[in-house]
Design a protein around this ligand. Structure first.
Ligand SMILES: [Ca+2]
Ligand SMILES: [Ca+2]
Ligand SMILES: [Ca+2]
Length: 553
């Protein structure tokens, strides 16, 4: 039920010189920004805990290219600290979005917030106060009140553990913090996304960690996925690796050794051996390393995750360019072998520790980001993972494209939606709207059973068929006639099922509702949408501009 949406809070911000346990306070950090945050909550108390209660209300994120050519995209907080610097020596306006700039120009106080309410700072045709009331960013034109929250699924650690686990012994090569071999195990990312219902329109994912880091991964590898643009890919296997051992590199053998060979998986291997991995090396959502659950992430005083705290989940990316554990870029002693190589595949840097949110991109048309603010740490603590974005929700089947429908007896039909947990009972909320802004719920109903006895659903199914046939009799606009075949197939399939058994349309993977009499006005265009909710999922489907229905007399 979208009115009762789980408040998905999350990250994009990290605590400024504070304790991890109060990381929720993230952007309410010391200094002038604390005053700004207080002004916002003073003027708009209802924004507390929403995605607007966050640096991103006034600040942008950004992408930087590191010395090794690797691009890193930062959330607004990390970007602000990089640009503005911890000592405040940078240019603050360079970190502001259009709303932040307007706020600054009007005096940067509570009165400034009120003074810019009627402006449309980001030029998306909604004034700032309309956006704020709808919990949409007034400084981001891609976020506006007409958009709905993108489909999402929340996975518990238990659910992830219950999925098939993939094990891979592999090198984790870092640029400067030391390398190691480890056997990671967890869920293959490609399989996890498939279970989450990844849409055919998806092209990439971005993995967020609550310390503010975001790492993008294309779904498929390509010839231009190389050099500074390289990012580890999701689908398919990585090249088989070779085992690299040298006594000089071994931390236990030399004072300046830079590779940790202590994982049990190293036993019995010799330099030059092929590393065999059943099923091949994959981009993994790791849950364990060397048979032990990953230690949940903890933030250190320097705003970085403490060493060895990388869980409860870490995306682990194997090397695409197989190579040895090279020396740290900062190694002052310099061993004689495996010198630091800026072009080496430092795969550990792409492996997101404490992965909390996975955004599947691009977001479906008409949807906006989930309510991500600063509760990424909550998900770390609770062992949960959020996947959202280009995931398939229920597909709206009928009425088709701007069809004429009767004022009374209009049926709405959509396909069944399956929760990530197949045993979970899905609830559908069906809403209609004249303007896509104000929505009216016409039905909240549980998923019908696949093999119902004589139930209200069977009756509703038959009623739906009369509705369909009645609609056809009323007449179909010329532009919708090409869909008549589909409608007839639906009707006939339903009729056959209805006459052969007591099944209803759910037996053919569909759900339906008849809009109650008196709900619709005559000669009116309506939009409609269906939201499916299970205990751990939320999926929404909204009709596009071309898929409304219009009532006749
Ligand atoms: Ca606006
Ligand atoms: Ca906006
Ligand atoms: Ca290295």
């Amino acid at each position: 039920m979208n009115k009762n949406r789980v408040v998905i809070a999350a990250i994009l911000c990290f605590v400024f010189a504070s304790l991890p346990s109060i990381a929720l306070a993230a952007y309410h950090h010391a200094g002038d920004a604390e005053k700004d945050a207080a002004y916002v909550l003073q003027v708009y108390p209802k924004l507390a805990g929403t995605k607007l209660d966050n640096c991103a209300l006034c600040h942008t994120g950004g992408t930087v290219t590191g010395s090794n050519g690797k691009k890193t995209t930062y959330g607004s907080c990390q970007w602000c600290h990089l640009t503005y610097k911890y000592d405040g020596s940078g240019n603050i306006t360079a970190t502001l979005n259009s709303y932040g700039k307007d706020y600054l120009a009007k005096g940067r106080n509570a009165a400034a917030l009120t003074a810019i309410e009627k402006l449309d700072s980001d030029g998306d045709k909604y004034d700032n106060i309309t956006e704020i009331n709808a919990i949409r960013y007034p400084g981001d034109a891609n976020d506006d009140p007409k958009k709905v929250i993108a489909p999402y699924r929340i996975y518990t650690k238990k659910q992830l553990q219950a999925m098939p686990q993939h094990k891979q012994f592999m090198l984790m090569n870092t640029t400067k913090s030391g390398d190691y071999y480890s056997e990671y195990s967890g869920v293959i990312m490609q399989d996890l996304l498939k279970r989450a219902g990844i849409s055919s329109t998806a092209t990439k994912i971005t993995v967020y960690s609550p310390d503010g880091f975001a790492t993008g991964h294309p779904l498929n590898d390509s010839s231009d996925n190389t050099g500074s643009a390289y990012a580890p890919y999701v689908n398919g296997t990585y090249p088989a690796a070779t085992y690299y051992y040298n006594i000089e590199a071994d931390k236990k053998k030399t004072s300046y050794g830079w590779c940790n060979y202590s994982s049990a998986g190293n036993k019995g291997r010799t330099h030059g051996d092929a590393i065999n991995v059943d099923g091949g090396l994959r981009l993994l959502l790791a849950i364990q390393a060397d048979g032990t659950d990953l230690v949940p992430g903890k933030l250190g005083p320097d705003n970085k995750l403490l060493a060895n705290s990388e869980g409860p989940f870490r995306t682990v990316t194997p090397q695409k360019i197989v190579g040895p554990p090279d020396q740290p870029s900062t190694n002052p002693t310099k061993g004689s072998i495996w010198q630091y190589d800026a072009n080496a595949d430092h795969n550990a840097g792409f492996s997101s520790k404490s992965a909390t949110i996975i955004k599947v991109e691009p977001l479906p048309a008409g949807t906006t980001d989930i309510n991500v603010n600063e509760a990424g740490w909550i998900y770390v603590d609770e062992g949960k993972l959020v996947i959202y974005g280009a995931l398939d929700g229920p597909t709206l089947i009928y009425p088709v494209n701007a069809m004429g429908t009767p004022v009374n007896g209009t049926s709405l039909v959509w396909n069944k939606f399956t929760d990530p947990d197949p045993a979970a009972i899905v609830t559908y909320t069906v809403e209609i709207s004249k303007d896509k802004l104000a929505w009216t719920t016409v039905s909240t109903q549980m998923a019908s059973l696949v093999k119902p006895e004589k139930t209200q659903f069977a009756g509703a199914g038959k009623f739906m068929l009369f509705g369909l046939i009645g609609t056809i009799a009323v007449g179909v606009p010329r532009r919708s006639r090409k869909y008549l075949g589909l409608v007839l197939v639906i009707a006939l399939t339903g009729t056959v099922l209805s006459s052969c058994s007591d099944s209803d349309s759910s037996a053919v993977g569909m759900e339906n509702v008849v809009i109650p009499s008196g709900t619709l006005s005559a000669n009116t265009k309506y939009y409609w949408r269906v939201t499916a909710d299970g205990p751990n999922s939320h999926a929404v489907s909204e009709v596009s501009e071309a898929s409304t229905f219009t009532t006749t007399q």
